[in-house]
Design a binder for this molecule. Structure first.
Ligand code: SF4
Length: 322
C-alpha cells in the first residue's frame, strides 16, 4: 500500500494533536477526523482492511484541503499531506473512489492543450485563470489542468497521461520559459518540466507602483510546498504596498482549499465555509483589500464571499489597487 511509505507519519501523527489549529477544514467542521491526527488514525484502519473501509472514512480523505500548513509548521515536518495523497492513491487503486471523484477525474482526463499567439515565452492558463492576464508578447497554452488535479485525486496513471500531453505541447511550442499565475501548476511544472525554465508570475512581472496597505493571503503551493517563496510579498513591497498581517496567526492557510487544486468542484459546501471563515477573520470587510497569488483562491472568494475585495497579484501589478 502507498500509505506504508508514510509509516513514520502515521505513527507520529496519530498520537499528536499539536497542529490541530492549522487544520483549515477541521476549523470549519469541528471534527477530529479532519485533522492530521484523525486522518492518521483512519489510515490504521485502512491498513487492517481497505476493502471494508466505511464510505465516511473515504470521504474524510477527500474532504482534506491539502494546505500542507500542518507539515510546514510541524517541528519534525511529518508529511501529513503526503499521507493523504497516498491514502487517496490506495483508495483509487482499490476501486473505492466515490462516484463524484470518478466523475471529476473523467472530466479532467479530457484535457486537450493548444498553443496560440506569438512570443518567446509561454503563459499557461489554468482552470481558474483568465487569458486577459497573460503578459504581453507571450504565447498562450490552455486546454485543461496539467494533471496536477488528477494526481491529488489519487488517479496517478491518468495524471501521467495528461501530463505527457501537456509536456509535449510545451516542448512543441519551442519556448524555453513557461510562466503561470497558478501556484499548483507552478509546483507541478517546477518539479517535472525538464530543460524548460518555469516561473511563477510573481517572479516575472515588473508592475506599476502603487501605495497603501493590503493583506496578502499566502498561497499553499508557494508557501508550504515551495519553501515559503517570497516573490509575491517581495513584489508587493517593491510596488510600494504595506503588507498587513491577516487573521489570527501567520501559520494557518487562508487559501480556501488551493492545496487540493479543484476543491470547490469536489466540496462546494466546505469551500463556502472556508471562504466564510476568511470573511469572518477580515478586520474590516467593507474596506480591506486582500491580495492573493492564486487564481483559484480569488475565484472562490469572489464566488462565496463577494462582500470581500479580493485582487489577484497579477492584476495589482498591472493596474494597481482599484
Ligand atoms: S504533522 Fe506534526 S504536529 Fe501535526 S499531528 Fe503530525 S506530528 Fe503532530
Amino acid at each position: 500500500m502507498n500509505i506504508e511509505n508514510f509509516q513514520d507519519t502515521i505513527n507520529a501523527c496519530r498520537f499528536c494533536f499539536m497542529c490541530r489549529h492549522l487544520s483549515a477544514v477541521g476549523n470549519v467542521t469541528f471534527r477530529e477526523s479532519d485533522t492530521p491526527r484523525g486522518r492518521a488514525l483512519l489510515t490504521g484502519k485502512m491498513q487492517q482492511n481497505i476493502k471494508n473501509l466505511p464510505p465516511d472514512y473515504i470521504d474524510t480523505f477527500y474532504r482534506a484541503e491539502l494546505s500542507a500548513a500542518n507539515r510546514f509548521h510541524c517541528v519534525s515536518h511529518y508529511d501529513e499531506a503526503g499521507l493523504i495523497l497516498a491514502a487517496r492513491r490506495d483508495i483509487v487503486e482499490a476501486g473505492l473512489a466515490p462516484e463524484n471523484v470518478k466523475t471529476l477525474a473523467a472530466e479532467l482526463q479530457k484535457a486537450n492543450f493548444k498553443v496560440e499567439g506569438s512570443g518567446s515565452m509561454l503563459y499557461y492558463v489554468d482552470l481558474y485563470s483568465d487569458k486577459a492576464n497573460a503578459p504581453k508578447d507571450c504565447k498562450i497554452i490552455s486546454g485543461g489542468d496539467t494533471g496536477k488535479a488528477l494526481e491529488v485525486l489519487g488517479f496517478v496513471k491518468e495524471a501521467e497521461t495528461v501530463w505527457t500531453k501537456f509536456q509535449t505541447a510545451v516542448k512543441a511550442s519551442g519556448c524555453q520559459t513557461v510562466v503561470t499565475s497558478c501556484p499548483a501548476s507552478y509546483d507541478m511544472m517546477k518539479k517535472r518540466l525538464d530543460s524548460v525554465k518555469v516561473l511563477h508570475i510573481a517572479e516575472f512581472i515588473e508592475g506599476k507602483r502603487g501605495s497603501g496597505s493590503v493583506y496578502y493571503l499566502d498561497s499553499d503551493y508557494l508557501k508550504n510546498y515551495n519553501d515559503n517563496m517570497t516573490a509575491p510579498r517581495d513584489l508587493l513591497k517593491k510596488l510600494g504596498y504595506e503588507l498587513k498581517p491577516f487573521g489570527t496567526n501567520g501559520e494557518e492557510s487562508y487559501s480556501a482549499g488551493e492545496g487540493a487544486v479543484i476543491y470547490d468542484k469536489l466540496n462546494p459546501e466546505l469551500t463556502a465555509k472556508l471562504c466564510e471563515r476568511i470573511a469572518e477573520l477580515a478586520d474590516n470587510p467593507a474596506i480591506d483589500i486582500l491580495v492573493t497569488a492564486s487564481p483559484y483562491t480569488r475565484s472562490v472568494l469572489n464566488k462565496y464571499v463577494p462582500q470581500l475585495k479580493v485582487l489577484l497579484l497579477d492584476e495589482v501589478a498591472a493596474k494597481g489597487v482599484k
